[in-house]
Design a binder for this molecule. Structure first.
Ligand code: DOR
Ligand code: ZN
Length: 348
């Protein structure tokens, strides 16, 4: 019998992932479906997913690209909010289960957010409907005012936008995506998990802003919200170690081709799908919090979204796993997070 440590958990879901489209989709999807049963698919394609027709067609393309078993992996689609979003369309999409929620990108805050929201008051009528029908709002929670220091954008957004917004819509179900600061942790921790939750990425748990500038500049680690100081990294690590139901897994795996990352005006995003779950277990083990690993990965998310908990399980084993160096894409390639490095945990 093997004496290697093994952990069997309910198969996790990834509550925030970018799969892109076409050639990239075909190459990256296999990693998400290997580790996750369901995933919330971000709508920020070059032509964003702003209505039911585009969501249905995109979901179909994702299912067509699945490798393992068409019936296994379930993509959960989101609607990209603009000030033109039709109330009728949004309501129909949610009630017909085409959309699991809607995504709010502040204008120009990240990849493909040029048609995002300028002023939150532009969409109060949409948020009122969402509160009424209990449709979750997923927020890229950063202040898009270019005068605000990039390291303060999340904390500023909480003060200037989110807190007043939650006073106006106290029963709107909100997920703060990829939180990065102690301020976000503290605010979410003191909120009712029925109405406010946060997703946390493996890279914001493993790294802080120093990592971007060690051994020369590391554009592969540039993501948004940007990596913060170590005290914020520690607050995130502490948050998942307390077993709070307000936090769950959202990898924010965001592939970009190598030449668009390693260039002037390089893109924000870290492609972590091949290692995300292995990173999370490593951190839970380091934090001596393995007893909360399964709820973070597989229970808190479905509870927030009112979905059943998965039936399947997955087993992770404490055996070294080398992360692949790169993914070839014709003349291009994609560099995975932790490319070529070895993690302590593998999938069985
Ligand atoms: O780093 C990021 N990449 N942050 C985001 O918010 C978007 C994502 C992307 O789509 O590339
Ligand atoms: Zn994202």
């Amino acid at each position: 019998m093997s004496s290697l440590k093994k952990i069997k958990i309910i198969k996790p879901d990834d509550w925030h992932v970018h799969l892109r489209d076409k050639k990239i989709l075909k190459k990256v999807l296999r990693y998400t479906e290997m580790f996750y049963q369901r995933a919330i698919i971000m709508p920020n394609l070059n032509k964003p997913i702003t209505n039911c027709k585009r969501a249905i067609a995109y979901k179909h393309r994702i299912l067509q690209a699945t490798q393992i078993n068409h019936t296994q992996f379930e993509p959960l689609m989101t609607c990209y909010l603009t000030k033109e979003t039709s109330l009728k369309e949004l309501k129909y999409g949610f009630l017909q289960k085409i959309f699991i929620g809607a995504k709010l990108y502040p204008n120009k805050c990240t990849t493909n957010s040029e048609t995002g929201i300028n002023k939150i008051s532009e969409i109060f009528h949409i948020l009122e409907l969402m509160q009424k029908i209990k449709m979750p709002l997923l927020i890229h929670a950063e202040d898009n005012n270019v005068d605000v220091d990039i390291y303060d954008r999340e904390a500023n957004f909480l003060e200037t936008t989110l807190i007043p917004l939650r006073k106006k819509f106290p029963e709107l179900k909100i997920v703060l995506e990829h939180i990065t600061t102690k301020e976000a942790v503290a605010y979410i921790e003191e909120s009712n998990p029925l109405y406010l939750a946060g997703t946390i990425t493996p890279h914001h748990l493993m790294l802080n802003r120093n990592n971007m500038f060690i051994n020369g500049i590391q554009p592969n680690l540039y993501c948004l919200p940007i990596l913060k100081r170590k005290k914020h990294q520690n607050a995130l690590r502490q948050a998942i170690s307390n077993g709070s139901m307000n936090f769950f897994l959202g990898s924010d795996s965001a592939p970009h081709i190598y030449r668009n990352k390693i260039s002037l005006f390089g893109c924000a995003g870290i492609f972590n799908a091949p290692s995300s779950l292995l990173c999370y277990i490593t951190i839970f083990e380091e934090m001596k919090a393995l007893k909360y690993f399964e709820s973070f990965c597989s229970k808190n998310g479905p509870n927030f979204y009112n979905l059943p908990i998965n039936q399947n399980t997955i087993t992770l084993i404490k055996k070294p796993c080398k992360i692949l160096k790169k993914i070839n894409l014709g003349k291009d390639s994609i560099l995975p997070f932790l490319s070529g490095e070895t993690l302590k945990w593998s999938i069985l």
